[in-house]
Structures are given as C-alpha cells and as structure tokens.
Design a protein around this ligand. Structure first.
Ligand code: PLP
Length: 430
C-alpha cells in the first residue's frame, strides 16, 4: 500500500506497514522466523553496524515481521515510529530508559494498572530511578511534583481497571510547560478509541497482550514515538542529544531527527536490554489488529449495555464505567475517547469480599483470569490477585478495594453475558 494519510482507520488497521512479500508475492505478511540476515558484502555489513544504512542484522534488533507491526501501530497511533518489545512492562522500561539515569524521576498517576504501580514504586529503584505518584485530577499537585530531576510524566488514557479517564490535554500542557515528555499507556483504550498523540502525548506505550492482539495468545509491548519532542532543547536528555560513545560519538537527535527515539530504542535499547518481540508473536498481533475496530465497537457496545444493567442490580453497590451518566468522568468521554469508554470496568458488591469470591467462582461464561482485552469475557478479583502486593491505600486509589471485581467485557452475545452475571450475583448474595 502506498502511504496515504487520507486512508481511514479500518483500512490502515489491515494495510499499514504491509506489502506483498517481495520474494514470493505472499499477500499475508510472512513470519520471518530467522535469527540473522546475510550481508551483501563486508562493506554493507559495516554500514549497517555503523547505522549509516538501515537494514536487518540480527533479530534481537530488527525482524521484517516485527517491522510491519511496528509500522502498523505507529500509523494507527499517528506516530512516526515504534519499537516492539517482549511485554507491556518491557515497553514501559524501554520508554523510560533513554530519558532516565540514576537520581532522575518520573511523575506518575496514582490510577495505573497494578503491575505498573509495583514496577514504578519498587523495581525501578534498582536502576536509581524514582517515581512520584500524584492524583492527576489535581493539576496543581502534578505541577508541584515536577522538579529539576523529572524526566517524564506518565499516565494511562483510560486507566485499567477502568472507570477513570485522564484529562490528557491538561496533563500534556503541564509536561510541555516543564519541557519534559508525556508518556501515555494506551492499552485499555487502543488507538481506535483514543489517540493520545493528538492530545499532546510524546510517547505512547501499549501492552500488545491485551486488545491489540485481542484473543489472549501473545505477550508483547510497543513504544510509539510522536516524533514531535525536541530532545536537544535542553541538556536533560543526553542519551538522545549528546554524542553516543557506542556509535563513535553519533548524536541520535541530530542524525535521525524525529526518528531519534525510535532508532535509539532499537540500536541501544533492544541491542543492550534485549527485550525483543519474537516474529511469531508479531504475526498473531498483526492478525488481531486487522479486526481491532470491529472488536472495539462490540466491546464498547456490550460494556455499555452490561454496565447499565449492573448499575440497576440489587446486589451491586457501584459500577465505575466512564460510559455511565453517573460517572464523574463521563464528561471526558466525548473529548478523550469519543467512540466509547472501552470494555473494562469495576463493580463493587454490597456483600463485600466474601461475596466477590463467591461471584467469581459462580460465573460460567466469564473466566477468572489475570488478563483483559480478550474476545472472551474475563473477570478478576483484583484485591486478592493482581493488586495484592499493594497497600490498602494503593488498592483504593487504583480502584481495587476488597469488594471490587474487575470485569473485561468480551464480544459474546450481551444477553448471554447478562444471564451469566445474574445467576452468579444470585449465588453470591445467598
Ligand atoms: C497488562 C497491562 C500492562 C502490562 O503489560 P504486559 O504485557 O502484561 O507486560 C501495562 N499497562 C496496562 C494498562 C495493562 O493492562
């Protein structure tokens, strides 16, 4: 396909980045299951290793199947480039790695996926990095948390486990004013529902594991670069603006311009951290993305119907779905994710912790698993699973109190899902 900025989302999710295989004409993107690539000659090899020519060397760095996925996601997000990696968590490290160094910090939202809270509050300290957690609805607090050592601001567009939508424009304005990039985890929204770059994000990260693959077959991640940040405007981002010793003093920003972050992610990040996505996983994700818009429409439609129904149920205390008029974030849907508030929400049961345990055990169509964004409906009791490492305050902030169940609505028949929820709620109340 020729590059046409005028193509719609449904066309791009099938065609962006892909072309018939030059060797065979294969219409579907082949799985290039190879570790290495033959150099034309010694001069070609030297040029590739010096980053003077773009090409394939070794699949820890680049692979043609993975490259199609990178271009596809970058296009759907409206970015200039992307780097795939082995998981969503790897993508978060890959996004921060070029920006951070010991003693630096990232200002992050309290409303994040539980695993991310743990990664940021515990594990990144081993690198000498710090995260400052702030309520992103308190814009003054976000501003106040940024100091001379802050190198990024991080949040989720629609936050997992759902119900919260970040005012991306306001947060992007603050990051911009401070001269630092905004990184948005767009996993729960997908580029079909929300395009953070249009709201001012510098980088977008995804867990490919969720809606982008869409059927629970892959663990993967991706970092997308908007290409709009001026890494040389200050001396705060030396990995991108200063001479790189490993490449004979090459300056990434000066040399690669808007693609500096992407090239750094491959040439330094994947080369030395090695958190590479394998081509088989890229293939499954490419298959999934072909139907992203169709699936997201159905996820949203089902979630809206079921959230409405649950809100009226006698066993239910609250439903936190931003698509409900009762949600304090309902007014942000139109601006941030106008096609819908996603397929994830939490429900709190009047019966408390015990009732939640009975409820998840009684469900038949819904599976009790630590995953989301699947074609099939999933449920998890966060407080006893994904969020059990967090303190009660962190659980509360993340929307995962002891009487809360997270629900990921699939694309099955809404009537069947409602019947299943109804019988399980009855059992939970008895
Ligand atoms: C699952 C998830 C992650 C982590 O992704 P993995 O692929 O499991 O490493 C990060 N952010 C959000 C919002 C997620 O849902």
């Amino acid at each position: 396909m020729t590059d046409g900025p005028s193509y719609g989302f449904d066309t791009l999710q099938i065609h962006a980045g892909a072309r018939p295989d030059p060797a065979t004409g294969a219409r579907q993107t082949p799985i290039y299951q190879t570790t290495a690539y033959v150099f034309r000659d010694a001069e070609h090899a030297a040029a590739l290793f010096n980053l003077q020519e773009v090409g394939y060397i070794y699949s820890r760095l680049t692979n043609p199947t993975v490259a199609v996925l990178q271009e596809r996601v970058a296009t759907l997000e409206g970015g200039v480039g992307a780097v795939c990696c082995s998981s969503g968590h790897a993508a978060q490290i890959m996004a921060l790695f070029p920006l951070m160094s010991p003693g630096r910090n990232v200002v992050v939202s309290t409303r994040l996926y539980g695993g991310t809270v743990t990664q940021f509050s515990q594990t990144i300290k081993r690198f000498g990095w710090n995260a400052t957690f702030v309520d992103f609805d308190d814009l003054d607090a976000v501003k106040a948390a940024i100091d001379d050592d802050t190198r990024a601001v991080f949040c989720e567009s629609i936050a997992n486990p759902g119900g919260y939508i970040t005012d991306l424009k306001a947060i992007a304005g603050i990051a911009d004013g401070a001269g630092i990039p905004l990184i948005v985890d767009n996993t729960s929204a997908t580029p079909y529902l929300c395009r953070p770059i249009e709201h001012g994000a510098t980088l977008v990260v995804h867990s490919l594991t969720k809606y982008l693959t869409g059927n629970g077959t892959v663990t993967g991640g991706v970092v997308v670069d908007s290409g709009t940040f001026d890494w040389s405007a200050s001396d705060r981002f030396p990995s991108l603006s200063a001479p790189e010793p490993a490449y004979h003093g090459l300056k990434f920003h000066e040399t690669f311009g808007p693609l500096a972050f992407t090239f750094h992610g491959i040439a330094i990040g994947l080369r030395d951290l090695g958190m590479t996505l394998n081509p088989q996983a890229a293939h499954y994700t490419l298959m999934g993305i072909e139907t992203l818009s169709l699936r997201m429409q159905r996820h949203v439609e089902n979630a809206q119907t079921i959230a409405n129904w649950l809100e009226g149920h006698e066993a239910v205390e609250t439903v936190t779905y931003a698509g409900l008029a009762s949600s304090p974030y309902n007014s942000r849907v139109a601006e941030i994710c106008p096609k819908g508030a996603g397929g994830l929400f939490t429900v709190s049961l009047k019966g408390g912790y015990e009732s939640c345990i009975k409820f998840v055990d009684a469900l038949e169509i819904f599976s009790h698993v630590a995953n989301l964004g699947d074609t099939r409906s999933l449920v998890i009791h966060s407080a006893s699973t994904t969020h059990r490492q967090l303190t009660p305050e962190q659980q509360e902030a993340a929307g995962a109190a002891p009487n809360v169940v997270r629900i990921s609505i699939g694309i099955e028949d809404a009537d069947d899902l409602i019947a299943d929820l109804d019988q399980a709620l009855r059992k939970a109340a008895s």
